[in-house]
Design a protein around this ligand. Structure first.
Ligand code: SF4
Length: 458
């Protein structure tokens, strides 16, 4: 990149992000960590000074995709005369760090999810060609402490990391191996960060963690200093001026305690949306997955949440074709879906992750069976999602306006139920809450007409 007169020369930073919201958040924090070093985001890897591939280990062929992308970057690095620095971050980096360096020597740095705060130091080492190119130690406390406490939000909604890691060890999942043990962030730091975001115009925060409702953060300066639960944290954040909407993701059924469920009913800022992955409706498969609950226990949690907040939208995740899944097991999943009625859900075919217990299990199913089951499940989930969206027609919903719509004169935002929503309006509405009457709905979005500026009810 070129320098403007009298400005500090900027270095181009390109980050490619794969995977979950945690990775999206981590990429934002990587950008924040590198900003003081003069790195500014660019839209393409060609010509960038630093390219970070933030990887995900969850999906099939994730590792091959990383190597294929690194092959292309190697050519760009050669074309740049070796000036491009290539870093691999995220869960594939954590799981296969040494192997990445061995297989693709063009890679300068490999760092696991707990090491982003060390990136400036690693870049300095790489530029001098000294020291280790690999940082995959688990130290979540150090990471939470070292990341910048303030940042510039991209709009009126922001993710805030409150928890990382997982101790649940579901038999299909690599997260406990790549992200480390469950660890909660200090409440005082979370509150400071959210106050700063609110002062910069953020109206909605999504509290983020792999097992976010297992949160048990220490609160040294607040109300006795004992560890807080997520319910306590949510109630406290709701009192921060400017914050009108609170969400959290991703949660585990085993950690849905009574206080958190009650907060859905008595805390107006808590949005009526709960993403609670269930994965299967068969007790036999849930046990093989080591989920630690039954299908009926899941039904009971949803019933209690709906009692606290009757209009709540329920979202979930499903894996079909887990090893040993019979027709009856799959039918139990379909029945659970019929019983609950999901507003939105994410469903995938089981795929083996090396090193996980499920990869070693007997009874792996053919791709044809997995495909057939996935199609049946997704057809049912699509019908439910469309029905949920259509049920909003005629209602007036408060919408947080986050950007321009696709068509001229159209604005885009999200409803309390996290639906994508379009309506006719002007840029002046950006970053505000407006009331929109829903006039039509489809599978993926709803459309409406602006009624008036939103008047907070609490
Ligand atoms: S709860 Fe299970 S699926 Fe979720 S991160 Fe932990 S091990 Fe993975």
């Amino acid at each position: 990149m070129t320098a403007t007169p009298d400005a500090k020369p900027l270095k181009g930073l390109f980050i490619r992000t794969y995977g979950c919201q945690m990775n999206v958040y981590d990429s934002e924090r990587i950008r924040d960590v590198l900003k003081p070093l003069g790195y500014a985001p660019v839209d393409a890897p060609e010509g960038a000074d630093l390219v970070v591939i933030n990887t995900c280990h969850i999906r099939e062929k994730a590792t091959e995709k990383v190597y294929s992308e690194l092959g292309k970057l190697k050519q760009m690095k050669l074309a740049s005369g070796g000036k491009m620095t290539i870093a691999v971050a995220g869960c594939v980096a954590q799981a296969e760090g040494a192997e990445i360096i061995r297989r693709q020597p063009a890679v300068d740095l490999v760092l696991g999810p707990q090491a982003y705060h060390k990136l400036p130091e690693m870049i300095a080492r790489a530029s001098r060609a000294v020291g280790d190119r690999l940082e995959t130690e688990f130290d979540t406390v150090e990471k939470f402490d070292a990341l910048p406490k303030t940042r510039d939000p991209d709009g009126p909604a922001a993710f805030v990391s409150v928890q990382e890691g997982c101790d649940k060890f579901c038999t299909f999942c690599v997260v406990p191996y790549t992200r480390g043990a469950e660890m909660s962030r200090n409440v005082d730091d979370i509150v400071l960060e959210i106050r700063d975001l609110a002062a910069k115009g953020v109206r909605e925060v999504t509290l983020l963690g792999q097992n976010v409702n297992a949160f048990h953060g220490p609160a040294p300066r607040l109300e006795g200093g004992a560890d807080w639960t997520l319910g306590q944290l949510v109630r406290h954040i709701a009192k921060i001026g400017g914050i009108e909407r609170i969400r959290y993701t991703t949660s585990h059924p085993r950690d849905m305690d009574d206080d958190l469920i009650a907060a859905h009913g008595d805390t107006p800022a808590m949005m009526p949306f709960l993403h609670l992955p269930v994965q299967s409706g068969s007790d036999r498969i849930l046990k093989a997955m080591n989920r630690g609950h039954t299908a009926d226990e899941y039904r009971d949690i949803i019933a209690r949440v709906r009692k606290a907040r009757p209009d709540i939208a329920i979202a979930s995740d499903f894996i079909v074709g887990f090893p040993g899944e019979s027709d009856a097991d799959f039918e139990a999943t379909m029945q659970l879906v019929r019983d609950i009625g999901f507003a939105v859900a994410y469903s995938f075919k089981y795929s083996s992750r090396p090193g996980t217990p499920a990869a070693e299990m007997h009874g792996h199913l053919s791709e044809a069976v997995k495909d057939e089951r996935l199609q049946a499940l997704q057809a049912l989930l699509r019908d439910q999602q469309t029905a949920f969206n259509e049920a909003q027609i005629g209602k007036t919903l408060p919408v947080l306006v986050t950007g321009k719509g696709r068509n001229p004169g159209q604005m885009h935002g999200r409803s309390p139920y996290l639906q994508a929503l379009h309506f006719d309006g002007t840029d002046a509405l950006l970053n505000t809450l407006v009331d929109v009457k829903i006039t039509s709905a489809s599978l993926n979005s709803v459309t409406g007409e602006r009624v008036r500026a939103h008047e907070p009810t609490a």
